[in-house]
Design a protein around this ligand. Structure first.
Ligand code: HEM
Length: 466
């Protein structure tokens, strides 16, 4: 991809974020406490591009659509996601994705794209609806729930069934799997910038969870291959999951993908897609419950496109435009990934400021989504900002909750469908009321969900009630 950064342009050093902070650690404490407040305050003090040290790294922060365009469209030999996300090898496995190098990573991601296309999404919607209904059926007629925990159970089951398949779900599904996914995911934290191999309890739990999941996927692969060898007919549901797509994939040389790569890709996709979707689904629910004026409009939209008693499909979901805009507001106000990084492999520039080789370049969806220059009254929940006459998100690289450019998320359609399915079923079947005055982001977690407990009161709606 062609770089939009002109290395010949005169470059000045970007302003330094004023202290106080320790030289090597940098503003670590402030960043851990509230990265969004820290970066937003920095921007107000010194502008859209500034630098600071962090755990021995030089960070160059850039904010706004123009800075995002330069970062997301930069040539990978200049600003590399591989170098900076290589610590993810502890989750994905050796030779997988960021550890595979640019060309091989493209090929690996290419194999997974097929299973996230429209043909498969229709099938996944069936699984998504079934899992949301199964979860709701376990609730009593009324009471209190922790919304994050409930949505997490749904997304665990959905990711497991759609990606790894029914046999893995039967074998590993149940109470243990959310804990295993949690251990896998919470092993990724700021300390990884030092080394993902530090002797920390969280890293040990991450490695244990990965080993257990990898071994169970390995068994499923072995069983499927055995059934294929013996000519046993394939269960039609199995043909749809990501695992079967990867088992049928061939390299350029016509070889099947090595088992360790298939396992690594599946674990990587669970990692990339599960917790992120839970966080987006939770914030969507929090925002809707705190803005009840939208609920009756959303229910009317459902009734127009989704007849009662009919199964949900991709078509009615695509027609639910107000719901889509509400989810987009959740993406804007509470993007699950609040910090995205690249490593400068060569000297370059960002918005005309010098970036020296070795620096880490940082953009923040959470900070830039609240720029008044881009979004009118940005702290307000206002789904109409996406109406065609305003379309504030149309400006390239203004809404970056799923990244941008070549490395933009490949799971965006899957994630949006999942959140829309969850809230279609929940809005129709349940009344939810906030049980707390405020739901604030918990920045102690890697993907900030609302501070626990995320308690809501609920009452199931009778079928006939409008
Ligand atoms: C709400 C849910 C999700 C959010 C907010 C999200 C966000 C993101 C973001 C911001 C990136 C770009 C990272 C960067 O440029 O540094 C990304 C990349 C990626 N996402 Fe997602 N994602 C979500 C769901 C999913 C799902 C469901 C999958 C797959 C099942 C997925 C798979 C990927 C992959 C493979 C990449 C790397 C693409 C590449 O580098 O070429 N994501 N995601």
């Amino acid at each position: 991809m062609k770089s939009t950064i002109d290395p010949a342009a005169p470059a000045n050093a970007a302003p330094r974020l004023p202290g106080p902070y320790l030289p090597w650690f940098g503003p670590l404490r402030a960043l851990q406490r509230n990265p969004v407040a820290m970066l937003s305050a920095g921007r107000e003090r010194v502008g859209d591009v500034f630098t600071f040290p962090l755990l021995g790294h030089e960070i160059v922060f850039g904010c706004g659509p123009e800075a995002h365009a330069e970062v997301f469209e930069a040539d990978e030999s200049v600003l590399s996601p591989f170098e900076v996300y290589r610590f993810m090898t502890s989750v994905f496995g050796e030779g997988v994705v960021y550890d595979a190098g640019p060309e091989e990573m493209d090929a690996q991601i290419g194999h997974t794209r097929a299973a996230l296309g429209s043909r498969h999404l229709g099938q996944y919607v069936r699984i998504m609806e079934a899992e949301v209904r199964a979860q709701v059926s376990r609730w009593p007629a009324e009471g209190e729930i922790d919304l994050f925990t409930e949505l997490n159970r749904m997304t665990v089951a959905i990711a497991t069934r759609c990606l790894v398949g029914e046999e893995f779900h039967r074998r590993m599904g149940g109470p243990h799997l959310p804990g295993l996914y949690h251990d896998l995911e919470s092993g990724v934290r700021l300390a990884c910038l030092l080394s993902p191999r530090l002797p920390l309890p969280a890293f040990r739990r991450r490695d244990r969870a990965r080993a257990l999941i990898a071994s169970a996927i390995g068994q499923v692969i072995e069983e499927r291959r055995e059934r294929e060898r013996s000519g046993e007919p394939v269960n039609p549901d199995e043909g749809q999951d990501m695992l079967s797509v990867l088992l049928n994939a061939r390299t350029d040389e016509g070889e099947p993908l090595p088992e360790q790569i298939i396992i690594g890709l599946l674990i990587g996709l669970i990692f990339a897609g599960h917790h992120t979707s839970t966080v987006l689904a939770t914030w969507t629910g929090v925002l809707l419950s705190c803005h009840p004026e939208f609920i009756s409009r959303l229910r009317a939209e459902q009734d127009e496109h989704w007849p009662r008693g009919a199964p949900l499909g991709t078509r009615p979901l695509h027609r639910m435009e107000l719901l889509e805009r509400c989810v987009r507001e959740a993406e804007r106000l509470h993007p699950p990934l609040i910090l995205l990084l690249r490593k400068a492999l060569k000297d370059t520039t960002l918005r005309g400021h010098r970036v020296t080789a070795g620096s880490l370049v940082l953009v923040s969806p959470a900070v830039s989504h609240r720029m008044t220059e881009v979004f009118r009254d940005p702290n307000r929940f206002d789904p109409s900002r996406y109406d065609s006459d305003r379309a504030e998100h149309r400006r390239p690289y203004s809404l970056i909750g799923f990244g941008g450019g070549k490395h933009r998320c490949i799971g965006i359609a899957f994630a949006y469908l999942q959140v829309k399915v969850a809230w279609s079923v929940l809005l129709r079947d349940v009344d939810l009321l906030p049980a707390k005055p405020h739901y604030e982001p918990d920045y102690a977690t890697f993907l900030p969900s609302p501070v626990a407990p995320c308690t809501f009161r609920f009452r199931k709606r009778s079928q006939g009630r409008p």
